[in-house]
Write a protein that binds this ligand. Structure first.
Ligand code: ATP
Ligand code: MG
Ligand code: MG
Ligand code: MG
Length: 481
């Protein structure tokens, strides 16, 4: 049986189709929901049904949902299991089946369909969910040693500050069963991987944080496609699965390095490229254009990180001898080649995607070159004066802020570079500058509200003056009052 990413996706959907689920398409990465910026889970497109706001079309459904989680950006390449872009396979019940069936099917899928040895599977349940515990133990036969009761942080799932939620139960795969039953932290990335989360969605969380029972009991699940691929393909991390590795191979070739022989920092950089390229291609395909606000700023940040990382890896130009060329379109083409089963529309949209990436890369390189020169001077000075005075080298918050605010230089790069050279930054002073700036610009713009085409909001920190190519064409200024 094939263990390719494409076939795992297909086998999951067929498994649930055979059990009465309607297979539905992924929804856009831009949700029709003001409480979240991007689609973070498969349940989002069904939220109104869970809340009883619209009638269900079918009793139960299964999807493979494109997701973006920016909260995992720092984990990319550092843990073996987190990307910013991933596909979440999910089965959903809209007031139809509940815990018993959800648990039994998840177990059958894992052990029979995907053939995972049952003695390698560990279970978590919400601390006081005796019902789920007993289904796992008494009906499925999982020994108590491998069922862990966990707290709210891990086992009570909410899609946002408000909205449908409930206790959940997760399935973990054990890479090192020989380690036995002591020292069993399920979040230990070197031993376990969480791959399937079953949410028993029975409450709505209100604005004041109180829980109100939903009219019907629902099931919402998520199984990470790349995680299952990683387990079945027996590779050390999600990035080396056939879903992502071809992009990494392309980037390695452009950087003239051999992935298998590369050191860890180099591998991490290649993983960042592999992940972020998928994220930006699918975001742009779903209509999110680089800008300085809301979702557009997320794409911009991801793109900047890739360009910067590519530069650190020594990729020049388009990586094929054209020094004035750009690397993003070349890498994006590889993402697009891999896309048909993930999203059928991406191929048709590729000219637009490549064009946006090309434009943004050119724009950012100018910013980057200028900022890097300035930062290098600042760090040289900091080190020199520290040596003179025998003190610890540091960069003032004000200088870091000038780089960010006046030169549009990403503050993440400033902190990374400074750390690399052993210079600390007064981030408290930086935050104060930022706060002052924000207050000033709020006062100046108190009558002007900016909205983006697709309803993005202004919750992100916005650099007020980006020195080069500040693109406000995609944003409409609406004068209120
Ligand atoms: P973790 O604890 O590993 O961060 P999670 O508990 O945050 O995962 P859930 O919110 O339960 O994840 O999402 C359901 C499933 O989606 C997970 O069990 C996992 O298989 C997958 N998943 C979640 N976040 C990521 C990610 N950043 N990259 C890849 N897959 C993910
Ligand atoms: Mg997480
Ligand atoms: Mg978890
Ligand atoms: Mg989870």
């Amino acid at each position: 049986i094939s263990t390719s990413g494409d076939s795992i996706r297909r086998r999951f959907l067929e498994f649930y189709a055979l059990r009465g689920h309607r297979v539905l398409p992924s929804s856009s990465l831009v949700p029709d929901d003001p409480t979240v910026l991007l689609t973070i889970a498969g349940m989002l497109q069904f939220k109104p049904i869970f809340l009883g706001q619209v009638p269900r079309q079918v009793p139960c459904a299964a999807t493979s949902q494109k997701c973006i989680r920016t909260n995992d950006i720092e984990n990319v390449g550092r843990t073996s299991r987190h990307q910013t872009f991933f596909e979440m396979l999910g089965n959903f019940s809209f007031g139809d089946y509940f815990k018993k069936e959800a648990i039994r099917w998840a177990w059958e899928l894992s052990t029979l369909e995907f053939g995972l040895p049952s003695e390698r599977l560990w279970i978590s349940v919400f601390e006081d969910d005796d019902e789920a515990f007993s289904i796992w133990h008494d009906e499925i036969g999982v020994p108590v040693d491998r069922i862990k009761r966990m707290g709210e942080e891990d086992n009570f799932w909410t899609s946002g500050v408000t909205g449908p939620c409930g206790p959940c139960s997760e399935i973990y795969y054990d890479f090192h069963p020989e380690k036995g039953y002591s020292d069993t932290d399920l979040n230990d990335d070197t031993r376990f991987i969480e791959f399937y989360n079953l949410v028993f969605m029975q409450y709505n969380k209100n604005d004041d944080g109180s829980l109100e029972p939903l009219k019907q009991k629902n099931i919402d699940t998520g199984l990470g496609l790349e995680r299952m691929a990683r387990i079945l393909q027996k590779v050390p991390n999600n990035y080396e699965t056939d879903l992502i590795f071809p992009i990494i191979e392309k980037a390695s070739q452009m950087a003239n390095v051999c992935y298998a022989l590369a050191d860890e920092p180099t591998k991490t950089k290649l993983k960042i490229i592999g992940d972020h390229l998928r994220a930006v291609v699918y975001l742009i395909s779903d209509g999110v254009i680089p800008s300085n606000i809301g979702r557009g700023y997320i794409v911009r940040r991801l793109i900047r990180r890739v360009v910067r990382t590519g530069k650190l890896l020594g990729i020049k130009g388009d990586g094929a001898g054209n020094k004035d060329g750009t690397m993003l379109p070349v890498l994006a083409e590889r993402v697009i080649e891999l896309s048909p089963q993930i999203d059928i529309d991406v191929r048709a949209r590729s000219p637009r995607i490549l064009e946006e990436l090309n434009r943004e890369e050119i724009r950012f390189k100018l910013t980057l070159d200028r900022g890097e020169k300035l930062l290098k001077d600042m760090l040289d000075n900091a080190l020199a004066s520290a040596q003179e005075t025998g003190t610890v080298p540091y960069l003032s918050g004000k200088d870091a802020f000038i780089l960010y605010d006046t030169y549009g230089f990403p503050v993440e790069i400033t902190t990374e570079d400074a750390a690399e050279r052993g210079v600390s930054i007064d981030m408290k002073a930086f935050d104060t500058e930022m706060e002052n700036q924000r207050r000033q610009s709020q006062a100046a713009h108190s009558t002007v509200k900016l909205t983006v085409e697709n309803g993005g909001d202004l919750t992100e920190k916005i650099p007020d003056t980006e020195f080069l190519g500040y693109d406000f064409l995609s944003a409409k200024a609406v004068v209120e009052g």
